[in-house]
Ligand binder design. Structure first.
Ligand SMILES: NC(=O)c1ccc[n+]([C@@H]2O[C@H](COP(=O)([O-])OP(=O)(O)OC[C@H]3O[C@@H](n4cnc5c(N)ncnc54)[C@H](O)[C@@H]3O)[C@@H](O)[C@H]2O)c1
Length: 340
C-alpha cells in the first residue's frame, strides 16, 4: 500500500483531531503543517516531525503531498479548496465548505476540472446514534415520520470570540452559531428528515451583543419533503455545552437522543438502541468522536475511488443552504422555499 502524504493547513483548535486521526490510520503520514503564525507552526512541526510552511501556496507546490486538510477560518475555505484542487491534491475540509451557496457554486465548477476529490468534515453523521437513527427512519421501523425536534444549547464565552477575531464576524465566519456550531445539527436534522423543502426562522444576538456582530441564538420551523415538520432551537448562551437533544416522532412511537444515547420508545417501553463513544482525550466532548471515522472514510475513498461514507460537496451544501435560508427568512420575516 502506497503511503499517502498529508498536510494540514491551520493549526488551531480543531487541527489536533486531524493529527490524532492521521496517527491512527495505516499507510498515511503527516508530512507538513501550515500556519501563518510562525512560532506555533514551527513548534508543532517539531512535535509532529514534519515540515512547516507559513504560506499554503508553497506547500501546494510540494508534489509529495497527496492530501490537504483545511482547518482554517471559514472565509479561507473556498480559496484554499480551489487552490488545492487546482494543484491536483485530494482535499478534506472542515465544515462549512464555504461561507454561502455562491461559494458552493464556485467550488462545484472547480471540482469539474479537478482530478482530486473533496470531502467535508461532518463527523457527527458517523456517530453510532446517528447511523442507527438514520437506518431506523430509512426502514420506516416506527411508521411514518411526523416530526423532528432539535434542541442544541452550548456555551461560547466572550474570549472565544475576542481571542480569535475571525469568529463572530460575518465577513470572516459567515455568521456564528448557525454556520459554526449548529450546522452539524441542521445537517443531521435534514439528513434524518429526507431533506427540507421550506422553513421560517429567526436569528438574534442575545447575550453577546457587545462582542459579536452575528447571532448567538436561532430557531426555525421546518417542513420536510415527506410532509413531516421540524422544530429547531439552538443557542450559544447556555452555561455549558449540553449534549444535543432530538425527539423524533413517528406514527408508531418515538426516537429520543439524550446524553449521547439513542432511545426507542414504543408502547410505553423505553429501550436503548445505541450510545456514542467518548472522544479522544484532547478533543471537546461536543465535537463527538467521529473525526477518525470521517477521515478514515475519506482516505479509503481516495484509495478505492468510491465515495462511500464521505460527505461530498453536494451533501455538505445541504446544511449550508439551510443556514443561508434561516438568515434570509429572519431578515424578510417570511417562509423560504428551498431549491431542490
Ligand atoms: N468538525 C467540528 O466539529 C469542528 C469543531 C471545531 C472547529 N471546526 C472547524 O474547523 C475550522 C477551524 O476552526 P478552529 O476553531 O480550529 O479555528 P482556530 O482559529 O482555532 O484556528 C485556525 C488556525 O488557522 C490559522 N490560519 C489563519 N489564516 C491562515 C492562513 N492563511 N494560512 C494558514 N493558516 C491560517 C490560524 O493561525 C489558526 O492557527 C473552522 O472551519 C471550524 O468551523 C470544526
Amino acid at each position: 500500500m502506497r503511503t499517502l502524504n498529508a498536510a494540514i493547513i491551520g493549526c488551531g483548535a480543531i487541527h489536533q483531531c486531524h493529527v490524532e486521526a492521521l496517527r491512527q490510520l495505516p499507510g498515511v503520514a503527516l508530512r507538513a503543517v501550515v500556519d501563518t503564525e510562525q512560532n506555533k507552526g514551527l513548534a508543532l512541526s517539531a512535535e509532529y516531525h514534519c515540515h512547516f510552511y507559513q504560506d499554503y501556496q508553497e506547500m501546494l507546490s510540494d508534489v509529495s503531498i497527496d492530501v490537504v486538510h483545511i482547518c482554517t477560518p471559514h472565509f479561507l475555505h473556498k480559496p484554499m479548496i480551489l487552490a488545492a484542487l487546482a494543484a491536483g491534491k485530494q482535499v478534506f475540509c472542515e465544515k462549512p465548505v464555504g461561507m454561502n451557496m455562491a461559494d458552493v457554486a464556485d467550488i462545484q465548477e472547480a471540482e469539474k476540472r479537478a482530478d482530486g476529490r473533496l470531502g467535508v468534515c461532518y463527523q457527527n453523521r458517523l456517530n453510532p446514534t446517528s447511523l442507527a437513527l438514520h437506518q431506523l427512519l430509512e426502514e420506516n421501523a416506527l411508521g411514518r415520520l411526523l416530526s423532528i425536534n432539535a434542541f442544541l444549547t452550548w456555551s461560547r464565552t466572550p474570549p472565544y470570540y475576542t481571542e480569535n477575531p475571525w469568529r463572530g464576524c460575518y465577513a470572516t465566519e459567515g455568521g456564528s452559531l448557525l454556520i459554526n456550531q449548529a450546522i452539524h445539527t441542521l445537517d443531521l436534522v435534514q439528513w434524518f428528515g429526507g431533506g427540507v423543502t421550506r422553513l421560517k426562522g429567526v436569528v438574534d444576538c442575545t447575550r453577546l451583543t457587545d462582542i459579536i456582530d452575528t447571532e448567538d441564538t436561532a430557531m426555525a420551523t421546518l417542513e420536510f419533503s415527506g410532509g413531516a415538520r421540524g422544530l429547531f432551537f439552538a443557542s450559544n448562551s447556555h452555561t455549558r455545552d449540553a449534549p444535543l437533544q432530538l425527539e423524533i416522532h413517528c406514527e408508531q412511537g418515538e426516537l429520543q437522543l439524550r446524553d449521547n444515547t439513542l432511545w426507542r420508545v414504543t408502547e410505553g417501553k423505553r429501550v436503548i438502541i445505541a450510545s456514542d463513544e467518548t472522544p479522544y482525550s484532547h478533543s471537546k466532548s461536543y465535537w463527538g468522536a467521529g473525526h477518525l471515522q470521517a477521515i478514515r472514510q475519506f482516505y479509503d475513498a481516495v484509495r478505492s475511488g468510491r465515495s462511500e461514507g464521505v460527505t461530498d460537496l453536494h451533501e455538505a451544501a445541504k446544511s449550508l443552504q439551510l443556514v443561508e435560508a434561516i438568515y434570509r427568512s429572519s431578515q424578510c420575516r417570511r417562509w423560504i422555499t428551498l431549491p431542490e
